[in-house]
Design a protein around this ligand. Sequence first.
Ligand code: AMP
Ligand code: FE
Ligand code: FE
Ligand code: ZN
Length: 288
Amino acid sequence: MVSKGDFHLHSTASDGVLSPAEVVDLAAGRGVRVLALTDHDSTEGVAEARQAAARWPGLTLISGVEMGTDIPGAEVHVVGLFLEPEDAELQAALRRLRDSRVGRAQRMVEKLRALGYDVTWEQVLRFAGDGAVGRPHVAHALVEKGYIENVSQAFEGLIDRNGVAYVEREKMTPAEAVRTIVRLGGVAVLAHPADLERLDELLAELKDAGLAAMEVYYKDYDEATIARLRDAADRFGLIPGGGTDFHGIFGEGEPLPGDIPLPDWVADRILELGAKARAVRERRTASR
Ligand code: AMP
Ligand code: FE
Ligand code: FE
Ligand code: ZN
């Protein structure tokens, strides 16, 4: 069964391998009717995705973004839905975040080279194209040179958070990201929360900041994980959202757009919230 909604998808505007139009066509072709393009720190794919979406009757495309944030000891990703790409303040914030990715990826390449891995910055840039540079692009360079067989292996000791070639980058806190998204008229969603420690504490803080939903139906979450997260979402008054986080980089078995048991009513509820916040977005872009 393909879900009605998929609220977490990546394209070549960040570390996905399909172009924005290809992501839309793949998702819509499979039967997804509400989809959000949520590239890392970028809405650069949204214009192309909108054009592609216009060719599918009955399809709703939501412009989104996934922001990487930090708490001590862990990374927390926050998805912003319904953000207006024309918003100058949004673009200034995203540009800052993307810029911090470049120097950080360069330093990871330097670290890898010092460790004896002959990967180059030119390779990484080639894989990133004009999208936001990310660790998967560094991983692709390692695969191309034959050091590892797939992208995931780079996250087993090399460029994962505790890996030998990992480099930190400038990030905001999750509460700052949530507040920013809400202020810009978006809907804030906590992404893939299953592995976060002290989730209740974080949810209490983010709910205060304006969090509307968290991902419960995500990629490969099993029934027990879904039940645990669903309970947490209910306790904090959050919509149990979700998405496949499709990148096209994880090989055989990677869930495709719509491969999540997300209930239809959740998609409808998120659309309602997005419509409610439209007034905020219109006020912002009208005053430019
Ligand atoms: P970055 O945005 O540069 O911090 O890199 C994070 C990205 O790396 C995530 O969005 C995923 O696309 C990818 N990633 C994280 N963990 C893994 C993993 N274990 N295997 C493959 N890709 C991963
Ligand atoms: Fe990614
Ligand atoms: Fe993420
Ligand atoms: Zn993602």
